[in-house]
Design a protein around this ligand. Structure first.
Ligand code: FAD
Ligand code: NAP
Ligand code: SF4
Length: 697
């Protein structure tokens, strides 16, 4: 007898009339970079095959342009010739071999195209692109529709079960739909009916060309989050028109790329936008797909069980864990390697013209290259340090069959992730630690906590890996030893509770995170700094900041999202909550602090701190700290910041004492993570380096 699934709605099949999806999990479209070159198609096939084998119901590929004008970037993925269709057969066959279905996404970038050939309904430049588009002529519009139809036919020839027509996120179809970008006065612009015509003609003619047994998913822009965006009535009208034109499934699109509201970053509450899809549910008969920040099965099941959608779309969560669906179905959700929505290895890579991968799963998109093959020569391996680098190395090595002992001086695994998880908006980091706790158990790693090790303890091992992380860099300006000057470890570790005015020295990732922490952490007593004994440093001496990411209503008010999704674009006046403290965030380099933060998330960190009135200053000289405050010079002017504390976030140095001792004792060791190179170290590099070393041991 089979055990009933803990997620019955998620794993019930969906009958589309002419074909059936085996469950309600749609792998959402994600550009990986592998789509762009024919030579990468075997890798693309392997990447999708792992997700199909992992149990997903329907896959949607990254976007393929129907013609050159629609390229996202020069020589990007395109489907307009039969020879381009043939290479797709390896992808579709690989997916079908594992029982999943696959649709190719048709995406014309319109004015978001990053090249001078770009076209749009009207000659209106996008705020996020240096190129100004050419307005399509009436003949050009017809040719573009034909290009969509041709690409859909070729997709069918390539073995796809259907296509997804990308009608949202501010791309070409969305540009036609919106009065904000469509100022035409011909048959393709003007009132809503005419603005919708481009979208409905594409769907109608694709249906006509590809027949009744071809899946057409249409991604509808349900919440635009831009000024002059569609009103709710217009969205309902679009949904009904697309249904009438012959679509099979309606997927949800949230926000244009130029929107100034985060839609998928880690600080966005889970399933924050599922209510938009639920609001549309009574208006159409087509199956609807809910999207954005759905990363765990309980969240997905809740949406489906509540009747707010018929499928859930996840893109990054399946990059993070190809076996997500199988684990959920087997009641092993606690084994899922959860996407923490950091964007660091996926979207940030793509926006830097690199192939996507995943911070928590470095095998993503290199499945054929980074292989964790069983070892033929098991060895006794010691890994010292259970931060991200050591955790990745120990568990991959053990999975391969080595006998691994993992030591950490602390009484819990995670290293600096235990500080990161305390930052408001970074609650997802708890999931990575939960995942590794189970991985340690499942792979049989012998974990030794509260055990600082020295060179002598490592003498009997066949191989030693040093993953001892970093030490915070100290500063040397006058007064650096004043009691007001503390480390970020003191503040985030809970040893120090700061007063109402705080300066932060160093505006890197940690400086920004500490600022976020301080503007949220409630003050206990406005004038008193609490100092807990050092022994308590592992746990906060006071409650952690309450995070907007855990409360969709407060989060929407903070960012100016209309909770009823009725106003044009779904926007309203933002009402940020007042900051808990007055904070100055300082750096010595000239220019705006935060310039080196993540490509797709840096603007969110800067906007958050701006809303909390944090003074972000570059080009600062630190003159000294005394009882009156922090003396600094900016733009040639000296001033004293009347602060209660100065929190030092000045970067890190490798922690190498153990490695040096091993060398002195003649014991060979591998160095990984912060202990290897601390500069610009992040968890992406730490996990990648640990995994790759373990694959080679
Ligand atoms: P660590 O995490 O420092 O782990 C080293 C471990 O070694 C520790 O657990 C320590 O106890 C142990 N150890 C040291 N010496 C010994 C010894 N002799 N014996 C036994 N054990 C020992 N990175 C990102 O990519 N994205 C983020 O959003 C992000 N946010 C962050 C936010 C904060 C507040 C902080 C502090 C860091 C953040 N980071 C982030 C950085 C990330 O956490 C680090 O890059 C990563 O933890 C480095 O991993 P590691 O394994 O090299 O070292
Ligand atoms: P960092 O990014 O290197 O920033 C260090 C800051 O300290 C810089 O602003 C630097 O600016 C300043 N500084 C350096 N030496 C100094 C000195 N001697 N005196 C005073 N100021 C000094 O390091 P971090 O903020 O500690 O972050 C560590 C790593 O964690 C980063 O590489 C980052 O990738 C990762 N991280 C990532 C995130 C994320 O959201 N992705 C979040 C947190 C951490 P000036 O030299 O101009 O003063
Ligand atoms: Fe998710 Fe970060 Fe991996 Fe991207 S890199 S898939 S956001 S965990």
């Amino acid at each position: 007898m089979t055990t009933p699934s803990p997620y019955p709605h998620l794993f019930s099949p969906l009958d589309l009339g002419f074909t059936t999806l085996r469950n309600r999990i749609l792998m959402g479209s994600m550009h990986t970079g592998l789509e762009d070159r024919a030579r990468d198609f075997p890798k693309l096939a392997a990447y999708f095959a792992e997700r199909a084998a992992g149990g997903v119901g329907l896959i949607v590929t990254g976007g393929f342009a129907p013609n050159m004008m629609g390229w996202l970037a020069p020589f990007g993925g395109k489907l307009s010739w039969p020879w381009e269709a043939r290479k797709h057969r390896q992808v579709t066959a690989a997916v079908h071999g594992h029982g999943a279905k696959i649709c190719l996404q048709l995406l014309h970038a319109g004015r978001y195209a990053y090249h001078p050939l770009q076209v749009a309904p009207s000659r209106i430049k996008s705020p996020i692109n240096p190129f100004t588009p050419r307005a399509l002529t009436g003949f050009g519009v017809e040719r573009t529709i034909s290009a969509y139809v041709n690409a859909a036919r070729l997709a069918r020839d390539g073995g796809y079960d259907g296509v997804e027509v990308m009608g949202s996120e501010g791309y070409l179809i969305n540009q036609f739909l919106s009065a904000r970008t469509n100022r035409r006065t011909d048959a393709w612009g003007g009132d809503l009916r005419k603005r919708m015509r481009f979208a409905t003609e594409i769907v109608r003619r694709v249906r006509e060309a590809c027949g009744p047994d071809f899946i057409i998913v249409y991604r509808l822009s349900m919440l635009e989050l831009v000024p002059e965006g569609s009103s709710w009535d217009e969205i309902v009208a679009q949904a009904k028109a697309i249904e009438a034109a012959g679509a099979t499934v309606l997927n949800t699109g949230i926000g244009w790329h130029e929107a100034r509201v985060p839609t998928i970053a880690t600080s966005v509450p889970r399933a924050a936008f599922a209510g938009v899809t639920a609001k549309l549910r009574p208006e159409v008969k087509l199956p609807l797909v809910a999207t954005n920040r759905i990363n765990m099965p309980d969240v997905a099941e809740r949406i489906l069980a509540g009747g707010g959608a018929d499928l859930v779309s996840m893109a990054r969560p399946l990059l993070a864990d190809p076996a997500w669906a199988n684990k959920a179905r087997a009641g092993r959700a606690d084994r899922i390697n959860t996407c923490i929505a950091c964007n660091q290895a996926c979207l940030d890579h793509v926006f830097s013209q690199k192939n996507a991968s995943c911070l928590v799963n470095p095998r993503a998109c290199v499945e054929t290259e980074l292989v964790y093959a069983p070892t033929t020569a098991p060895r006794r391996i010691a890994v010292v340090g259970a931060g991200p680098a050591g955790l990745a190395c120990a568990t991959v090595a053990a999975e391969r069959g080595h006998r691994v002992t993992l030591f950490d001086a602390a009484d819990e695994i995670g290293g600096q992730f235990n500080l990161a998880k305390r930052i408001p908006g970074k609650e997802e980091f708890h999931e990575t630690l939960r995942y590794f706790r189970h991985r340690i158990e499942d792979t049989g790693v012998d974990l030794r906590l509260s055990m600082p090790v020295d060179a002598a303890a490592l003498a009997g091992f066949d191989a030693v890996v040093v993953a001892t992380g970093i030490r915070p860099r100290t500063v040397d300006f006058p007064g650096a030893d004043h009691p007001k000057v503390v480390s970020y470890l003191d503040v985030l570790g809970g040893r120090v509770r700061t007063g109402p005015r705080v300066a932060i020295v160093g505006a890197g990732g940690i400086g920004f995170d500490v600022a976020e922490f301080l503007v949220h952490q409630p003050l206990v007593d406005a004038s008193v700094m609490e100092v807990a004994p050092k022994a308590d440093a592992a746990e906060p001496a006071s409650p952690s900041p309450d995070s907007l990411s855990l409360d969709p209503a407060r989060w929407m008010a903070e960012w100016g999202v209309d909770p009823t999704f009725s106003s044009p674009g779904g926007l309203r006046r933002p009402e940020p909550e007042p900051p808990a403290r007055e904070v100055w965030l300082l750096q010595r380099s000239p220019g705006k602090p935060g310039a080196k933060l993540g490509k797709t998330t840096g603007w969110i960190h800067r906007a958050t701190l701006k809303a909390k009135q944090v003074a972000m200053l570059g080009g600062v000289s630190y003159l000294g700290v005394d009882d009156t405050g922090f003396r600094i010079r900016v733009d040639g002017q000296e001033q004293t910041l009347p602060v209660d504390q100065v929190v030092v976030c000045a970067g890190q140095e490798p922690r190498r004492d153990l490695f040096d001792a091993l060398q002195a004792a003649g014991i060979a060791a591998h160095l990984i993570g912060g202990a290897d190179i601390a500069a610009e170290l992040d968890a992406k590099r730490a996990i990648d380096q640990g995994s790759r070393l373990a694959a080679a041991l």
